[in-house]
Design a protein. Structure first.
Length: 276
């Protein structure tokens, strides 16, 4: 039975598809979005987050750590004994049965609200064998399924999960090839081609992060809107940048870039392009 590295299972979500949902966040991503608000999702490995601003300097973590904080075996003792909750292990291996047991807890809420489960990341499609297995089990349990993806995977991966996926939440970070590479580290050729192939085969909601100082210009948004008019989707959602994930970079010992929240007038004007 395959296992997946997962960093969070979030119940009562209202932002990752219709209705009340449980969102399962997979670790590991093959994009490196400069504005990523979940930087802990990028690595496939377990990581230790240290929130220095919470630390009281009591030394309990060093006292209970078998390695005295010189190295980390992810035993969890420092996290368990820290009174300020300054340390957190990110990432745990799950079986599909363990994930299903969490997801099914809120089945009554899904049924009453038109909700379900959303598999997100990172990039959940990079752990394909596990994703396929848990999708099949959720469908057998009568649970609506959604896959949140950046689409940077082989088309055959989509073909495998299509029969068990009710909805795709599909990200477009940028339309211009060079702009996409500058923002994410990879080309968008495969991403756009997969979206065209997926069109007409599945229900799709396209989500576009609007990042001040990166893609918040009329021409870029217009190109995305024109492209989407050529394919079949349910709708497009513009998601304005927020800085709520910046503290996680510090907790991981990484530097972060600062971007701007896009202008409200620009957001309103851009939204009209997807309604016309």
């Amino acid at each position: 039975m395959p296992k997946a590295m997962i960093f969070d299972i979030q119940r009562n979500s209202f932002v990752d598809g219709p209705g009340i949902r449980t969102t399962v966040f997979f670790k590991g991503c093959n994009l490196r979005c400069r504005w990523c608000h979940n930087p802990e999702s990028q690595s496939f490995e377990k990581q230790m987050l240290f929130y220095k601003d919470k630390c009281t300097g009591c030394g309990k973590c060093r006292e209970v750590c078998p390695n005295h904080l010189q190295s980390c075996d992810f035993c969890g003792k420092c996290e368990l004994y820290c009174p300020a909750e300054a340390r957190k292990i990110c990432g745990r291996e799950y079986t599909s049965d363990e994930v299903l047991a969490e997801v099914i807890k809120d089945k009554a809420f899904y049924e009453n609200s038109g909700g379900g489960v959303t598999f997100s990341g990172g990039e959940c499609m990079l752990q394909l064998d596990f994703l396929l297995e848990i999708l099949e089990k959720c469908k057998s349990a009568g649970i609506h399924t959604a896959v949140d993806t950046a689409g940077n995977v082989p088309w055959k991966s989509f073909e495998k999960i299509l029969p068990f996926t009710d909805l795709f939440l599909y990200d477009i970070k940028a339309f211009g090839a060079e702009l996409h590479r500058k923002g994410t580290g990879v080309s968008n050729e495969l991403i756009l081609e997969n979206l065209k192939n997926l069109s007409g085969r599945a229900d799709i909601i396209v989500r576009i992060p609007v990042i001040g100082g990166y893609n918040d210009n009329d021409e870029e948004i217009r190109q995305i809107a024109d492209f989407l008019k050529q394919i079949k989707i349910i709708k497009a959602e513009l998601l304005p940048y927020h800085a709520m994930g910046e503290h996680k970079y510090t907790a991981l010992g990484r530097n972060t870039e600062s971007f701007n929240v896009p202008n409200k007038n620009f957001m309103n004007r851009s939204q009209q392009l997807f309604l016309s």
